[in-house]
Design a protein around this ligand. Sequence first.
Ligand code: SF4
Length: 284
Amino acid sequence: KDFRNNIKPNWCPGCGDFSVQAAIQRAAANVGLEPEQLAVVSGIGCSGRISGYINAYGFHGVHGRSLPIAQGLKMANRELTVIAAGGDGDGFAIGMGHTVHAIRRNINITYIVMDNQIYGLTKGQTSPRSAEGFKTKSTPSGSIESALSPLEVALAAGATFIGQSFSSNLKQLTSLIEEGMKHEGFSFINVFSPCVTFNKVNTYEWFKEHIVDLEETPDYDASNRVAAMTKIMETNSLVTGLIYQDKSRKSYEDMVAGFKPEGLAKQNLNITEQEFEKLVAEFK
Ligand code: SF4
């Protein structure tokens, strides 16, 4: 079960995305998947390249659209373990509409956001996650907008699994991805994945200084939604660990009436070839 392929990532040395790639590969092996049982769908951005760097089915989609593709894939073949992945610009700017609705829909996929608080691929512009006052080429006098809290949005949208981790904590990140893959519903995992080339504020050192890990709160109850929102707000969204999980809600696939456990791709349509051709012709 080797999820590595022979493609060398062209991320900058030290980019946080390397750890996310390693964590996905380890988590997939740890939960006992074979490469042909995993699909990784990505959007656009430096992080979007990740779907090409994992030995599994890969789909490098268009900007902000990893989630519609991943959800379609899961509905067509629910036997696949599906991961959607991308950056904070991809998921929280152009793709935010999809993010919120995928969360509330609760389809059984894992969405991993490599959150570096800047647009790296286009050489350093302010993203929805950049802090107020953050100076970039697009905001030379400092951003006048406040940063989005994806954790607050996810919880408010009805998420059933919210985790957050940091590229420097490979053990926690791998374990969260494993838990996300096992979760029967939509799992959202935000990862502080530093852009070492363009973000000189939110560096590895900055995160090490500011992160509040839930390991420090042993009696934290991840099933308590109010406690989760309180912790997110108290830590200014810098909390890491499994923040919230609701195991009681069924996944979207399980609630669709008559939806069989095997993927649509494997179901017998029970129609003749002529009827099938007629059906296809209607869509031409
Ligand atoms: Fe990573 Fe930033 Fe380099 Fe992109 S520009 S590969 S995000 S370090």
